[in-house]
Design a protein around this ligand. Structure first.
Ligand code: FAD
Length: 391
């Protein structure tokens, strides 16, 4: 079979990419990677989807109204404790005109909506229960052999999974990798949320703890904890008690529904393309969840790539022309580098146990709190407005 694009990886990014390219009229094949229990992986995770990402997904999903059932976030408040006994330093990010910064959406629900859209199948072939056994870059595309004997060809191959080591070793792209030696606890909590439209982030010396309201009386807590922290050595019931003591200012009568652990790794591809292969999704950049930007960054890559392909195709270029690939790589570099390495540095500074760094960080937050212009810049970037408005 011959396609415009073959996409490998059944994560959220692989699915969004498939739908976006099929929507443009391209013939797309999505190959599911196997052996990963995705349902388990995403069981209680939620994602802060920026206002820009929500608008973009709304253009792709027929049932996009389901996204709007999740609570609108109008303010993000961050609080840094003092190591020297001074008052805590807080900073609030909100839009003066009460506009939405985004919504916190349940990952399982998002996958459900994507799966429904994929099933409609316009221009989409899905291959499940097979594995890629070999891949060959040819002059104007790619040849793929599957382990069930099928042979597929496409102009471009989009890699959105780390699952197949054979493919990874065949592409000449260098990665910067770092084990963050941190575990993210993701916890679902029921209770009386004092402010349903405000997301909260405490920078504790064990790691950042985010409180993310997503339904009227439900919030998700994401606490990224250093593996060396005593918290992780506590029993499950002691950890729950510790969490409750830290969130009760924000949620009345909290009741913990479930708790999961996610090992955090950092991963950054130095290039997004190699010959007829493009990286999209976490495979391109897997970042610290501190700023809630991982999937938002992936969505910006997907939107930019789809747009470039559409524009160049309309003036007669092939979808795998070098002009598209180079432009895509260059135009996404600054944003991806800023968020990937910026969040890493920010996390280190804001959770440092060093008193001097803590004083400097508190001073920095104080200055930022006073500078409405700088805050507006941050908001425009984190909500995706600066990116999607330029479309
Ligand atoms: C605790 C936590 C909170 C987060 N909060 C936010 C947020 O608020 N906002 C936001 O924008 N983003 C957030 N993210 C990031 C977001 O969840 C990811 O960016 C998104 O789920 C990635 O989807 P993906 O399809 O690109 O990659 P993946 O989910 O990694 O899936 C890609 C493919 O890779 C395969 N795969 C996955 N893991 C492995 C592995 N270890 N080995 C081999 N193959 C594998 C899967 O089978 C899948 O098909 C958060 C992440 C975590 C861990």
């Amino acid at each position: 079979m011959n396609y415009d694009f073959i996409i490998y990886g059944s994560g959220i990014s692989g699915k969004i990419t498939t739908i976006a390219l099929a929507e443009e009229g391209f013939h797309v094949c999505l190959i599911f990677d196997k052996n990963i229990d995705l349902a388990k992986q995403n069981s209680n995770l939620v994602t802060f989807l920026s206002a820009g990402s929500i608008d973009y997904l709304s253009t792709l999903l027929t049932k996009h109204q389901h996204l709007f059932k999740y609570t609108e976030i109008k303010e993000i408040k961050c609080q840094l404790n003092s190591h020297t006994g001074n008052k805590r330093q807080s900073i609030s990010f909100d839009e003066n005109d009460d506009q939405s910064l985004g919504r916190i959406v349940n990952n399982v629900k998002l996958e459900e909506l994507l799966d429904e859209e994929l099933k409609k199948g316009k221009n989409i072939d899905i291959k499940e229960n097979c594995e890629i056994s070999s891949i060959e870059n040819i002059s104007n595309g790619i040849n793929l052999n599957l382990d069930d004997g099928q042979r597929l060809t496409s102009r471009l191959f989009i890699l959105s999974s780390l699952q197949n080591k054979k493919i990874l070793s065949s592409i000449n792209i260098k990665f910067i990798k770092k084990d963050l030696s941190q575990t993210a606890l993701s916890i679902t909590v029921k209770g009386n949320l004092k402010n349903k439209n405000r997301a909260f982030q405490y920078f504790t010396s064990d790691g950042p703890l985010a409180i993310l309201p997503y339904l009227d009386d439900v919030a998700s807590i994401v606490w990224s904890i250093k593996n060396s922290s005593k918290i992780l050595k506590l029993s499950e019931s002691e950890i729950k008690k510790e969490i409750i003591s830290r969130i009760k200012e924000i949620i009345d009568s909290p009741e913990i529904i479930n708790l999961e652990r996610h090992h955090l790794k950092f991963h950054f591809a130095k290039k997004l393309t190699y010959k007829n292969v493009v990286l999209l999704g976490n495979i391109a950049h897997n970042i610290h969840p501190i700023a809630g930007q991982g999937l938002n960054l992936n969505i910006k890559d997907i939107a930019k790539f789809t747009r470039l392909v559409r524009e160049f195709k309309s003036i007669g270029y092939e979808v795998n022309s070098q002009q598209i690939l180079d432009k895509f790589d260059i135009e996404r570099k600054i944003d991806n580098t800023f968020y990937s390495f910026g969040t890493l540095t920010l996390e280190g500074i804001l959770t440092s146990k060093n008193k001097l760094i803590n004083i400097a960080a508190r001073g920095g937050l104080k200055l930022l709190q006073r500078s409405s212009n700088l805050k507006k810049l941050f908001i425009k970037s984190a909500t995706g407005k600066s990116f999607f408005n330029s479309f």
